[in-house]
Design a protein around this ligand. Structure first.
Ligand code: ZN
Ligand code: ZN
Length: 358
């Protein structure tokens, strides 16, 4: 991975130069990980427009940092930001960019009071780089999704009347870890019966009942990459309205996925799915965006909502997750993780989307 990280830092250095800064101080840990491979709870990276980068971390991670990034000079200091700001001044950098979406107002005031450099806020430069994934990243995401599919198949026989939402959530999480996940990628959602009307319901003590729709939203974390999948199943033969809503959401998802091509406006992809739900008179029952990017974070760019701008590109992984939520009755959401490709999206989660009647 050393070569990969070096190539990423080179691309960032070019962006830094283009923003009229001498160097960028990267403080978001997920961005430091992307640029170095170091996964830690305290680190920062100085990336000059020209010349090699410098990594700072504390004594707990110094050994790991030497192993993971042997090519980088490493400053061992608890105050990683301060240490690298001083280093930037010592190396003759005058305009030091910082990640304004990460540094707090308080921290900035302290840095500015002591620094011998001019601090200049820079935007989401590393996030911009992270948008398009390389095939190495997509392979990790593909495995995260395969684990998620396998866990769902393994737990299906346990999903029945009398089992609590919490028990289903724990079974899914345990299965993902058994199949190789580092841990769940986010807090799993299991929403049964009327709870299904709450998009982000926390699984509780409610027992599944015959006649319920049950929505499960979960995913595995593998190699730092986050899978995200939702399936809604029926406990016992579904009522006509339940089948209708399920078919509607399924059709909307197909429309959304079909529109997810390189060059497509994210707004238009959202709209392709949303129009299907609107046409059926349920527009108000779909209160969130169609999906989001996934990668080293569970929610990252591009966000796909009717009010979001931007275009999809080749090798951008996204989710497509339309839902219809009917207060007091229940809901349906169907979500896949997929990668935008020139020949049409590559589905990474492959569990069936036929309505499963358990
Ligand atoms: Zn999800
Ligand atoms: Zn999602």
């Amino acid at each position: 991975m050393g070569e990969t990280h070096l190539a990423r830092r080179r691309r960032l250095a070019a962006l830094v130069a283009g923003h009229d800064a001498d160097a960028l101080l990267v403080t978001r840990l997920v961005n430091v990980r992307y640029l170095t491979g170091l996964d830690s709870s305290r680190a920062a990276l100085l990336v000059p427009a020209e010349g090699p980068a410098v990594l700072a971390t504390d004594a707990r991670y110094a050994g790991t940092a030497e192993q993971v990034c042997p090519e980088l000079p490493i400053v061992v200091d608890r105050l990683v930001t301060e240490a690298l700001t001083a280093r930037a001044a010592a190396d003759g950098h005058r305009r030091l960019g910082f990640e304004a979406h990460d540094i707090t107002v308080e921290h900035h005031a302290t840095l500015a009071a002591n620094a011998e450099v001019e601090l200049t806020p820079l935007g989401h430069l590393v996030e911009e780089l992270r948008l398009v994934k390389d095939e190495e990243e997509i392979a990790l995401l593909r495995e995260a999704c395969a684990i998620t599919d396998r866990a769902f198949a393994a737990v299906l026989p346990e999903i029945r009347a009398g089992v609590t939402e919490r028990a289903v959530a724990i079974a899914l999480e345990r299965a993902m870890v058994d199949f190789g996940a580092e841990r769940p990628a986010f807090e799993s959602i299991v929403a049964s019966g009327p709870n299904g009307a709450v998009p982000h319901h926390r699984p509780g003590g409610r027992e599944l009942q015959t006649g319920d729709l049950v929505t499960m939203d979960f995913g595995a974390l593998y190699g730092g990459y986050h899978a995200d999948m939702t399936r809604t199943v029926a406990i016992g033969e579904p009522a006509a309205w339940q089948r209708d809503v399920y078919d509607l959401v399924h059709r909307a998802q197909r429309a959304g996925i079909g529109a997810a091509m390189p060059g497509a406006e994210t707004k238009a992809v959202d709209g392709a799915a949303r129009d299907v739900i609107k046409a059926a008179g349920h527009g108000d029952a779909f209160p969130h965006g169609l999906g989001h990017g996934v990668g080293l974070e569970i929610h990252e760019a591009p966000l796909m909502g009717y009010d979001k701008t931007g275009k999809l590109m080749d090798r951008v992984p996204i989710t497509a997750e339309p839902g219809v939520y009917l207060t007091g009755r229940g809901g349906v959401r169907i979500e896949d993780t997929l990668v935008v490709r020139p020949g049409g999206p590559e589905l990474l989660t492959t569990t069936t989307k036929d309505l499963l009647v358990l």
